[in-house]
Design a protein around this ligand. Structure first.
Ligand SMILES: [Zn+2]
Ligand SMILES: [Zn+2]
Length: 319
């Protein structure tokens, strides 16, 4: 297991940068360029590299989809949000003409985590295999229903022709998939969600999205600390600020940056990557939350430093 690439990082529904949002960025970039040398392409690259990500980039974008880079030839993916579509295009470009196997791990069955499947072109191609894993009993039902009339023009069997298979994962029981040891754990979320712990050759990656953490429940905290224990990377649903998570948005099934830091510090995690960003947050808001989270990590640090990132569509993290 070499790392992860984020294809979809937005929670609840995809968002796009608007003309107004792009205009604000362009004005900010041009202001920053005043008095700077921009005659050569190298000058321009230097200038762009010096700007905050919220100005020179964007968090995006698509709803939840994360690729895990395995050591073998098979593809591994967590969730099938709208980011599954660009992932599929990239996978086809990478190994054009060769049969491919995709192992897809489902956190749960809310729309933002399943909407990409009908647009996953590799599953339309004879010879490819798509194996969908999860701990919900209704996975196949939910995915077939998504493509029933009048909600979608092409039926599940019509486009996939038997290329999609399903494997049930018993929570808490390790399974071997494509050379990885995979364990799921029940999380608190409406309709249930499951976190994934992937282990391979001494590396540990945890994918834990759409998960709410009651602060005053030590047994719950301990369960997650054990699940996150010594992970190289934890991909964590930090959709809200703590104030929102414990007041207006309590019981909405998501978590905060503050809880993320606390759990990862207790578990001795090396790198925390926050994802499932709130759709109303613009790039500046996410960047401000990242800065606040890094500051919090610094002032509460007891042992080794915890690296903190905010995921964006296209981010690649090595282990
Ligand atoms: Zn979600
Ligand atoms: Zn959800």
């Amino acid at each position: 297991m070499k790392g992860a690439r984020f294809w979809g990082t937005r929670g609840s529904l995809p968002v796009a940068l608007t003309s107004a949002g792009l205009g604000d960025k362009l004005r900010g970039v041009l202001r920053a360029a005043r008095g700077q040398p921009i005659a050569s392409d190298a000058d321009i690259e230097r200038l762009l590299g010096s700007l905050p990500f919220a100005l020179a980039g964007t968090y995006g974008g698509h709803s939840s989809c994360v690729q895990i880079h395995s050591d073998g030839p098979d593809y591994l993916v967590c969730d099938m949000g709208s980011g599954l579509r660009p992932f599929g295009q990239a996978a086809m470009a990478q190994r054009a003409g060769q049969a491919q196997t995709f192992h897809i791990f489902m956190s749960h069955l809310h729309w933002d985590h399943i909407m990409g499947l009908p647009f996953f072109v590799p599953a339309f191609i004879p010879g490819n295999r798509v194996i969908i894993y999860g701990s919900h009993r209704e996975i196949e039902f939910a995915l077939r229903r998504q493509q029933e009339p009048p909600s979608f023009p092409v039926g599940f069997d019509t486009i996939f022709e038997g290329r999609v298979e399903f494997v049930h994962l018993e929570p808490g029981v390790p399974h071997e998939v494509a050379g990885l040891r995979v364990t799921t754990m029940l999380q608190r979320h409406t309709g249930d969600s499951y976190g994934y712990r992937f282990e391979s050759q001494g590396k540990v990656l945890v994918y834990s999205t759409d998960s709410e953490h009651p602060l005053a429940d030590p047994a719950h905290t301990e369960r997650f600390v054990q699940f996150f224990r010594d992970a190289d990377l934890v991909i964590f649903d930090a959709m809200y600020s703590l104030a929102d998570a414990i007041s207006v948005k309590a019981d909405w099934g998501h978590s905060s940056n503050v809880v993320a830091v606390e759990l990862c510090q207790l578990a001795g995690v090396r790198h925390l990557c926050m994802t499932h960003h709130e759709p109303v947050f613009d790039d500046a808001a996410i960047e401000a939350m990242l800065a606040e989270t890094r500051r919090l990590e610094e002032i509460t640090r007891g042992g080794a430093a915890l690296r903190v990132s905010a995921a964006y569509d296209g981010l690649d993290i090595g282990l």
